[in-house]
Ligand binder design. Structure first.
Ligand SMILES: N[C@@H](CCC(=O)N[C@@H](CS)C(=O)NCC(=O)O)C(=O)O
Length: 205
């Protein structure tokens, strides 16, 4: 199994899940700033030019955070990464979709790459401001949803890996203060040995 990743990118959540599972895997590092994702060596694996990309033991390739996380959980039931309870499972899926489609793509996407949302230089600040509003609102909503829970939907699950990567971006990349329950969740994640190993491997510890 091989994870194509970029340090500190959303792939960090899948990297955490691989460490939680604890089975051997390889890492293939991409430098997104240098455009590795557009080179033939990578587009022959994933023509979408995105990380995370997971090459499975049979050589087939999976893309999209939610799909990769779901498959890892389903293929490794002993790691208990997906709640057995139907309601918790549904809530986990809902949170992953919200993190990827809204917090990441709509919110942080505007903050990191404003040019993708409006090519005119004079619009960039307004695009970033809208991104910040989307991120702030999303963290407020997530905060109320995870109140009173140890992890996002109860026991640790794939939803925590998704929530972790956007919390990591807020804290480490954008200096955005997380609301209380999200900040506590982030600290809980940082305290997990899997996350410590990943932060070290990706050059953040
Ligand atoms: N919908 C994709 C989003 C993946 C994504 O946007 N990855 C970013 C890094 S966080 C990327 O590879 N960007 C490279 C680029 O767009 O050039 C998923 O869920 O995995």
């Amino acid at each position: 199994m091989k994870l194509y990743y970029a340090p500190g990118a959303c792939s960090i959540g899948i990297h955490v899940l691989l460490e939680e599972i604890g089975k051997p895997y390889e890492l293939a590092k991409l430098n997104l700033m240098q455009g590795d994702q557009y080179g033939a060596a990578f587009t022959s694996v994933n023509p979408k030019s995105k990380v995370p990309t997971l090459e499975r033991p049979d050589g087939s390739v999976l893309t999209e955070f939610g799909a990769i996380a779901f498959w890892l959980a389903a293929a490794n039931p002993e790691a208990s990464l997906y709640p057995a309870d139907i309601e918790a499972r549904t809530q986990a899926t809902s949170l992953i979709d919200y993190v990827v489609a809204t917090v990441h793509m709509q919110g942080f996407g505007r903050l990191f790459r404003p040019g993708n949302f409006g090519p005119r230089e004079e619009d960039q600040d307004a695009v970033k401001q809208r991104g910040r509003e989307i991120v702030d609102k999303a963290f407020r909503l997530i905060d109320s949803r995870i109140a009173g829970k140890e992890y996002a939907v109860g026991p640790f699950s794939i939803a925590d890996a998704a929530l972790f990567y956007v919390e990591f971006w807020a804290s480490k990349r954008m200096n955005i203060e997380l609301p209380g329950h999200c900040a506590a969740h982030y600290e809980r994640m940082i305290g997990r040995p899997s996350v410590q190993r990943v932060l070290k491997d990706e050059g953040f510890a």
